[in-house]
Design a protein around this ligand. Structure first.
Ligand SMILES: [Zn+2]
Length: 309
């Protein structure tokens, strides 16, 4: 939505509140005081952020349990920020948001963006990818995770030849579905054995998002050897054969997920000027969300629904 379209759709604060409350309570609600079920929404007219129970005559906040719960800002600002996150192809930084919306503090702009990203975490990817997927890993900026238990393994790592050239970067695993172009990506943290990018970890990512029998295209990285032969999801691995000239096109490649890495890195370095490891997963989720929901209208409505989930 352009700013003009936005102001037409949400001409005042109450229209924004009503939109959010309707999204949350479209199936009705149960009064938290008396447990009475309401099939429709009863609002308090003097404060539309409050719902009313006509059985026990009590009122309660309609925003409890949503990302808007403790906000002092106008909900129109929130909706406009959600819109900006959706329409900014490479993402929007807290500094940009602060400027764009004339917000007093950088911190509240920063917090707002993080709450919006948190809403994106509510999206579930559970065995939705099928047919053919590509899987790949990359390293994205940010300092190494400081985790006392694994300090030693970090030191060890420095002496070993590295994939992706960077001990100071964070590995991210990504899966892209060929048919739809949808992507799911997760930050690879250390597992219980102090390892990351292990075969088990890669397999777990695939198992979470792919249906059984999916064909998985990978590069030569040995972590994917876990897919060779029989595995419990009956995934079939096709390994890129570098002896086949690309122009011959055997169709086995990971170009799709690699192009996602390019977008992610441009955003992380160009817009966000690097991202701490602590928040890396949220940024990754944001980039996946934008890619997976390209229709602006649909993405906006869906994201508001995730925000009140
Ligand atoms: Zn009640």
């Amino acid at each position: 939505m352009t700013y003009f379209e936005f102001t037409k759709r949400f001409p005042d604060e109450n229209s924004a509140i009503d939109f959010i409350v309707d999204a949350k309570y479209k199936d009705g609600y149960v009064c938290p005081k008396c447990g009475c079920m309401h099939g429709r929404i009863y609002r308090q007219n003097y404060d539309r952020r409050k719902l009313y129970c006509n059985n026990c005559k009590s009122e309660f906040s309609a925003l409890k349990g949503t990302i808007f719960e403790n906000t002092h800002l106008d909900l129109r600002m929130w909706l406009y920020a959600i819109n900006l996150v959706n329409v900014s192809r490479k993402g929007i930084s807290a500094k940009q948001l602060q400027r764009e919306m004339g917000m007093g503090s950088y911190e509240s702009a920063w917090r707002m963006l993080h709450q919006i990203r948190k809403a994106m975490e509510n999206e579930e990817y559970k065995e939705t990818f099928e047919a053919i997927v590509e899987i790949d890993e990359t390293y994205v900026g940010g300092k190494p995770r400081k985790d006392n238990r694994h300090d030693d393994s970090d030191k060890d790592d420095e002496n070993k030849p590295k994939r992706g050239r960077g001990t100071s970067k964070t590995p991210v695993i990504g899966v892209k579905e060929r048919n739809t172009g949808k992507v799911h990506a997760v930050v690879a943290n250390y597992n219980d054995e102090g390892k990351r990018l292990s075969g088990k970890q890669l397999f777990a990512v695939l198992k979470k998002v792919c249906k059984p029998n999916t064909t998985v295209m990978t590069d030569q990285f040995s972590g994917y050897d876990i897919l060779d032969g029989k595995n419990k999801c009956d995934f079939v691995r096709l390994k890129i054969d570098h002896t086949v000239a690309y122009s011959l096109g055997d169709g086995i490649h990971t170009n799709g997920i690699e192009s996602f890495w390019a977008v992610l890195k441009r955003g992380v370095y160009g817009i966000f000027h690097n991202v701490s490891v602590k928040y890396m997963q949220r940024y990754v989720d944001e980039f996946c969300f934008r890619l997976n929901h390209r229709d602006e209208e649909e993405a906006f409505n869906y994201l508001v629904n995730l925000a009140v989930k």
